[in-house]
Design a protein. Structure first.
Length: 357
């Protein structure tokens, strides 16, 4: 009998471990917004918004969803990138911080990205010139009209999604209990950051093969743009560790650029970077009433700490806290935004401090 119980316990333990280590897939879907009006005044008859969800929404006695968490991806990414072992495997599993048995996780693909409507669907450079405001309006429509979510426990975001979280803070100030923007600043994109973006866009549009966006073969400008993107988002210490020899460095950058060439559409990339052109939450920070936990890292080349932008602006946020994480062997430059093993403890403290509803 004891041996039988032992084998049963071992089997249950193995099953639990397998469940925890199994890749998360979530539920995918599309919501179509009819006659979506962009800030440019352009009207799009059917704007497709792709999404992935995990867990189940839970409503209080008044019908308000209380357990929804929306996580917003970076430039060129998709919501499904958050299903990785280093993200979902740290946050979404049984007993973890955003355990999907407790939380309803919403992972949208932003306009112009992933499975959502984008230039490469067929309109090419005739696709509406969307902005971050448009992307946030579309996310709100997906939640409220498509998924029936009328409130969020958290809006989290990485890089571009970080900037979207700030926009959510003043555009829909009562919609979320808390905001966690990772790897950005609540200020216009100027200086080196803007210069890099302009060079990326110019590499695409000035390539003779671009043909005003109506190319049949991807213009080689995508390679030059991807080279700049690498320099923009990489971190010297990380690359030094990963490529300690000339051969390793050459091999890694060659593989990176070859992969970018396989998966990148020039119009999509152009639009993705151009969308940040009028981003500027700084005049609206007093309107951000939800608690904010903003996290950057000292090795982030996109948001270099020496600029001191967040430190200067955060006092305008009524319930804002800013953390600048030091460089450690665990940080990965700008990409630290997707490593909750590094910053998850701070998120746990932030969640504990949010008011219960």
């Amino acid at each position: 009998m004891q041996i039988a119980r032992l084998f049963t316990a071992l089997a249950l333990g193995a099953a639990t471990a397998a469940a925890q280590n199994a890749p998360m897939t979530g539920t995918q879907g599309d919501y179509v917004v009819r006659n979506f009006t962009f800030t440019t005044g352009e009207v799009f008859p059917e704007l497709r918004l792709h999404y992935t969800t995990l867990g189940t929404p839970r409503r209080d006695a008044r019908g308000v969803v209380r357990n929804a968490v929306m996580i917003l991806h970076g430039t060129g990414g998709t919501g499904r990138a958050f299903l990785s072992a280093t993200y979902a495997g740290v946050l979404f599993g049984p007993g973890q911080l955003l355990d999907t048995a407790r939380y309803y996780i919403v992972l949208p693909d932003g306009v112009g990205h992933g499975g959502s409507s984008k230039p490469s669907d067929g309109l090419h450079a005739r696709f509406p010139k969307y902005t971050y405001d448009d992307m946030v309006h579309a996310q709100h429509a997906l939640l409220t009209q498509g998924l029936g979510v009328n409130h969020l426990r958290l809006v989290m975001g990485t890089s571009m999604g970080c900037m979207h979280a700030w926009v959510w803070g003043y555009m829909y100030p009562d919609f979320a209990d808390g905001l966690v923007p990772l790897a950005c600043v609540p200020a216009p994109i100027v200086g080196r950051n803007r210069m890099m973006r302009k060079m990326i866009m110019d590499d695409i549009t000035t390539d003779p093969g671009y043909h005003g966006g109506d190319y049949t073969v991807q213009p080689r400008g995508v390679i030059a743009a991807s080279q700049l993107l690498f320099m923009m988002t990489s971190a010297p210490l990380v690359q030094q560790r990963m490529a300690p020899t000339r051969e390793a460095a050459d091999s890694q950058i060659t593989a990176y650029l070859a992969n970018r060439a396989r998966v990148t559409d020039a119009n999509d990339m152009l639009y993705q970077f151009d969308a940040s052109r009028d981003y500027d939450p700084s005049p609206h920070l007093a309107q951000v009433t939800a608690p904010v936990l903003a996290i950057n890292t000292a090795d982030d080349q996109v948001n270099p700490p020496e600029l001191g932008i967040v430190e200067r602006l955060m006092p305008q946020v009524a319930k804002g806290k800013f953390l600048l994480l030091p460089i450690t062997p665990q940080t990965r430059g700008h990409g630290t935004h997707s490593l909750p093993a590094v910053w998850g403890g701070y998120l746990a403290d932030f969640l504990k401090g949010l008011p219960e509803r």
